[in-house]
Design a protein around this ligand. Structure first.
Ligand code: XMP
Length: 515
């Protein structure tokens, strides 16, 4: 059973979650709490060390975020990062000021003193700086352990007190050996053992879910995507038949989607998947609607209505007590410290559309994980690779990939083209190389010639993007020969399509989906 090795106090940096993530990569279990966590709560978690994260504020401002200063008397090693460093320096009598120029970007770290933090690390390695304030006078009893051309105090320590501070961000990927610095802190300085792994995490989560869900059932919306499938699998391991997985088929799915979800469930979980075929309702309501936002709204509202009706059927005696969701860490955009406990902020967003009676207690077992970690967890739970490596698929489905009105025949056309595109991507090995790929039906007709005949048919746009998290993306540079195959096959095999175009727009300025 993993306990907390390192407690990260969050001061609102956009990188805070990366600290926990880097440590996990080294087998160290870290938990993030708001900077105002009480001493009692900190003690109860019994960490071996504390990290103070970065943050957007200035420590010399009147209302600057400050933790309970008693953390310095817990006898635990402490590492401050960026704002965390500035807070430490300020607390120990140093001086922090606005820098004459904002230091942003790469810098080389000169290691100037023997220290455990940088043990076995390379001198001159690149680190990532991002700060507007800087330390002008060191705190009492601190010494410099590293500097960069712009930061004379890039890293400092008070070895006796085991307090360390760095001006740069070791947690971001640009800091080449940043993970090693964090590991040195956790392992060499705090004495944390590198015992965290996905297997432990899975066991621990299953145990926690079993403890938490003592009675009642858990409703879990399943979309066929990776996240909700992993949540359902995890819950199934914990509470077996008390899980009620509901899959709503809105008629806007890709070819074979529903069947593959059903197969996955019947092969991996012996709990019946509740499949609701609501395609007629969705398509009827979408008839004649062309505006993208209206389409999205109709789909969102209808989904909730259908989900609610289904939930009612399973809750005749009030047996449903929880609602499970596949919220991931990147979904929790609101910083824990800046906006108050983000747990509730995000959850409310997610269930905002649900009626009052359905606001069951939320279960979000993936909220500490990143997408690739969720995939690793799924693998640990024995889920099939095919399921785990799937591209993201939007809630409104194919409706936002058909320009204008959605109807059955256009859906069929799009499904056929999309199937060919994905098939070619799988065969060429490009499916796993791109982040997302799909076809869009443009509803633009153009003139063509096939054999001796004139055609006047529809256009398919092929879209493939590379991305890390979907927030930004670049169009994938697919080989021309592959694009040629795709175009030939779509035009030859899908009657009604006579032209294929490739979308060469990145995000920004475009979005990934067309609507
Ligand atoms: P955009 O089009 O905003 O898409 O660049 C970014 C990512 O989000 C997916 N997406 C959605 N996912 N519900 C979802 O679950 C939605 O309404 C939705 N809209 C876009 C999109 O497929 C891409 O991966």
């Amino acid at each position: 059973m993993s306990t907390v090795d390192i407690l990260v106090l969050d001061f609102g940096s956009q990188f805070t979650q990366l600290i926990a993530r880097r440590l996990r990569e080294f087998g160290i279990y870290a938990e993030i709490v708001p900077y105002f966590e009480t001493l009692q709560e900190i003690r109860a978690k019994a960490p071996k060390g504390i990290i103070l994260s970065g943050g957007p504020a200035s420590v010399y401002e009147k209302d600057a975020y400050k933790p309970d200063a008693e953390i310095f008397n817990l006898g635990l090693p402490i590492l401050g990062i960026c704002y965390g460093m500035q807070y430490i320096m300020d607390y120990f009598g140093g001086k922090v000021q606005k820098a004459s120029a904002h230091e942003y970007g790469k810098a080389n770290l000169d290691l100037v003193n023997e220290c455990q933090l940088f043990q076995d690390c390379t001198n001159g390695e690149i680190v990532w700086m991002s700060h507007g304030d800087r330390v002008e006078v060191l705190g009492k009893e601190f010494e410099v352990i590293a500097k960069s051309s712009n930061s004379p105090y890039a890293a400092v320590q008070n070895e006796k007190k085991k307090i360390y501070a760095v001006q740069f961000h070791p947690e971001v990927a640009h800091s080449k050996e940043g993970g090693k610095y964090l590991f040195n802190f956790a392992h060499k300085i705090c004495g944390a053992k590198a015992e965290w792994n996905m297997k432990n995490f899975a066991q621990n989560e299953i145990h926690k879910l079993t403890q938490k869900i003592q009675g009642g059932k858990v409703l879990c919306g399943v979309s066929g995507g990776v996240d909700s499938s992993v949540v359902a699998t995890l819950l199934y391991r914990a509470i077996k038949e008390r899980l009620v997985p509901v899959f709503v088929d809105h008629g806007l799915l890709r070819a074979g989607e529903r069947e593959s979800v059903e197969r996955m469930f019947s092969e991996n979980l012996s709990v019946p998947l509740v499949v609701v075929d609501a395609s007629e309702i969705f398509l009827n309501r979408l008839a004649g609607v062309c505006d993208p936002e209206k389409k999205r709204k109709i789909i969102g509202e209808t989904f909730i209505e259908v989900f609610e009706q289904e939930a009612k059927k399973h809750n005749t005696n009030g047996e449903i007590k929880y609602l499970a969701q596949g919220t991931l860490y990147p979904d929790v955009i609101e910083s824990v410290s800046v906006k108050g406990p983000s747990k509730t902020i995000k959850s409310h967003h997610n269930v905002g559309g649900l009626p009052e009676w359905m606001k069951f207690e939320l279960i979000e077992p993936l909220r500490e994980l990143f997408k690739d970690e969720v995939r690793a967890l799924g693998k640990e739970l024995g889920m099939p690779e095919e399921m785990l490596m799937r591209h993201p698929f939007p809630g409104p489905g194919l409706a936002i990939r058909i320009m204008g009105e959605v109807n059955k025949s256009d859906l069929e056309l799009l499904r056929k083209a999309d199937m060919i595109f994905l098939d070619e991507l799988h065969k060429s090995g490009y499916y796993d190389k791109v982040w997302q790929a799909f076809c869009v039906l443009l509803n633009v007709r153009s003139v063509g010639v096939m054999g001796d005949n004139r055609t006047y048919d529809n256009t398919i746009c092929v879209r493939a993007v590379e991305a890390i998290d979907g927030m930004s993306a670049t169009f994938a540079h697919l080989p021309h020969s592959l694009l040629e195959n795709i175009s030939n096959r779509i035009i030859n095999e899908v009657e009604g399509i006579n032209r294929v175009v490739y979308d060469i727009t990145s995000k920004p300025p475009g979005t990934i989906e067309w609507e």
